[in-house]
Ligand binder design. Sequence first.
Ligand code: MN
Ligand code: MN
Length: 314
Amino acid sequence: MDLGLLSGQLPQLSWEQIESNAQAAFLGVALGDALGATTEFMTPHEIKSKYGVHKKMIGGGWLRLSPGEVTDDTEMSIHMARAVIDVDGWDLTSVADYFVKWMQKRPKDIGATCARGLRTYIHKGTTQMPYNEWDAGNGAVMRIVPVAIYTLGDQARLNAYATQQAHITHHHTLSDAACIAVGSMVQAAILGASIAQLRTLAEDLIRRHPKFSFEPYNGHSSAYVVDTIKTVFHHLFNSNDFESCLVGVVNQGGDADTTGAIAGMIAGPLYGGPAFPKAWCKRLDRDVSREVQHLAQMLVRRSPMAHRSTQPCT
Ligand code: MN
Ligand code: MN
């Protein structure tokens, strides 16, 4: 996976536009998570008979959430971002400490692989789980947005940090590949890539790991990272606005909050914050909304791109 595939083809965005797109990526995670949590673990058929088409920020779901409440996908992303801002740098121990701090607050939901990795960190102090063929869940890629924003403009750093943070809990080739691919797509979208250019990056992942091929789409939306990414790609590349992309993934059910979060982090900067449905933004937990936008701004101002930009806004 290489953003270099698009080198010289991306538009020249203003720094203000780049910052706004970074905020749209992080806000996209929260919106997709909150929308999708309602239909998590449901089948498309169950969703259809209960809601017709689920497209309102109404909470509920198996976690009995308030409207606009987010889950572990957004919470882990926020804690990783805080870790980077608070120590003003990339420190894996600090990231693991912030994840543990979050787990100790007894979140409503935490993935089994995440909990196991964090317990191992508590007991052994290791931030790198050994390779495990059962670690191909989506828990590492769902929280990739702070890494994508913080390493904006530096592919090598993105690849390194994406896999390091993944291995705190998940160590698997397909999870690593998904983290790097989605991180690259988020960066490209923040830098103004078109949907066709994002597709070039998706095709590159599929060339390296044919399991991610999403055509024909089989309709499976599980926590297996391959099913998750295929669901996101199918709806991302068969829709033409933020709302229909997110409505598409969350009505697929399964791991709907996570497919929502991942679709949101790519479609957010692709279509831009002004394209977000106002009703969703109004319903989204206000503290979360404020914090993700603040963190996105802090992260992008510390990115390699900020140092390179002609108008760094620090
Ligand atoms: Mn979740
Ligand atoms: Mn989930």
